[in-house]
Design a protein around this ligand. Structure first.
Ligand SMILES: NC(=O)c1ccc[n+]([C@@H]2O[C@H](COP(=O)([O-])OP(=O)(O)OC[C@H]3O[C@@H](n4cnc5c(N)ncnc54)[C@H](OP(=O)(O)O)[C@@H]3O)[C@@H](O)[C@H]2O)c1
Length: 298
């Protein structure tokens, strides 16, 4: 099947693209800079096309000849929203999905897979949950065959969060952890997430929402402790109150590309719990535990 993967150059998208290529699909990556696609090892064998999901005119024709589209886009420097620059979950996740869906309908694409996230909810006060909820609503109501993947916290080669913590742990005897409250997540190896997508295509298992998470519910403290153990490092993990982190990161909002800001702190300390019973039942997915997943690449 010819499949366009929007966001195929990103962390999640490149692993999805690789899984689909491995299964014999013809993958085309939509990117703002298609020349870069050739330099991504996971994308060997993929084609590339230029397009910007926030600009409907730029999407005209990108899906011609495709049977399916995957949407795994997020705005540059997410989760740090910068509304004055138009970098928001609403513009990229909701608006971008709607724009690509419109082009998919025009081009006669029959299947659309949207990478959402745990907790997506149209009524949420949080911009990321709300944008993903609205995007899901658009996907479900599109008239196309659809699938929605709601991952918990994904880790693996090239991720931004866990690799950042690993870099700190390698340099410093103290590893800060955001938030005093035990934050509960189900870290999922990105290969397992990609495998779920591969199986949706392989089993033609559309018109469902698949929540995807690892087999354990862990606190962020346990995640960092597991990471240090795998790295063979003895480190002190120190909780940093969210209020303090917000105070400290507020001035960073003035930078052109802030590494963090108060809303980003809220994003980083959220829970990420999923009900993956449907994913196990329909797709037979058995994700790896965090320690084993980390040992695969660290
Ligand atoms: N990472 C996780 O743990 C996780 C967990 C749950 C859900 N998700 C969701 O998975 C999706 C992908 O996340 P990620 O971590 O893989 O993000 P990422 O690594 O930052 O990748 C973002 C992708 O979006 C593309 N992009 C940015 N602006 C674009 C535009 N205007 N038009 C077209 N493409 C654009 C980028 O491609 P170019 O730069 O080549 O244009 C890049 O491939 C997001 O919706 C995210 O919310 C991620």
């Amino acid at each position: 099947m010819r499949v366009l993967v929007a966001g195929g150059s990103g962390f999640v998208g490149r692993h999805i693209a690789r899984a689909l290529i491995g299964d014999g699909h013809e993958v085309v990556v939509l990117s703002r800079d298609p020349a870069r696609v050739a330099s991504v090892p996971e994308l060997a064998g993929a084609g590339a096309v230029r397009g910007d999901v926030t600009d409907p005119a730029s999407l005209r024709g990108v899906l011609d000849g495709c049977e399916a589209a995957v949407f795994a886009v997020q705005f540059p420097n997410y989760p740090v929203e910068q509304p004055r620059l138009g970098l928001t979950f609403d513009r990229y996740d909701r608006g971008g999905t709607e724009n690509l869906l419109a082009e998919a309908r025009r081009a006669g694409v029959s299947r659309f897979l949207y990478v959402s996230g745990a907790g997506a909810d149209t009524r949420s006060e949080r911009s990321w949950y709300r944008a993903k909820g609205l995007a899901e609503e658009a996907v479900r109501g599109s008239g196309l065959r659809w699938a929605i993947i709601r991952p918990s916290w994904a880790y693996g080669p090239g991720d931004k969060a866990l690799n950042r913590i690993a870099a700190i742990a390698r340099r410093s005897p103290v590893v800060p952890r955001l938030g005093l409250r035990p934050q509960r997540i189900q870290p999922v190896h990105v290969d397992d997430l990609a495998e779920a997508v591969r199986r949706i295509f392989d089993r033609d298992a559309w018109d469902r929402v698949y929540e995807v998470g690892g087999p354990e519910v862990l606190t962020m403290h346990e995640v960092v402790a597991t990471l240090c153990r795998v790295l063979g490092l003895r480190r002190l993990i120190v909780p940093v109150p969210a209020a303090l982190a917000k105070l400290a990161t507020a001035p960073l909002d003035l930078l052109p590309r802030p590494p963090m800001n108060p809303a980003g702190v809220d994003f980083a300390i959220q829970d990420g719990l999923v009900d993956d019973s449907e994913t196990r039942r329909v797709l037979g997915l058995e994700p790896v535990a965090l320690e084993e997943g980390l040992r695969r690449y660290l």
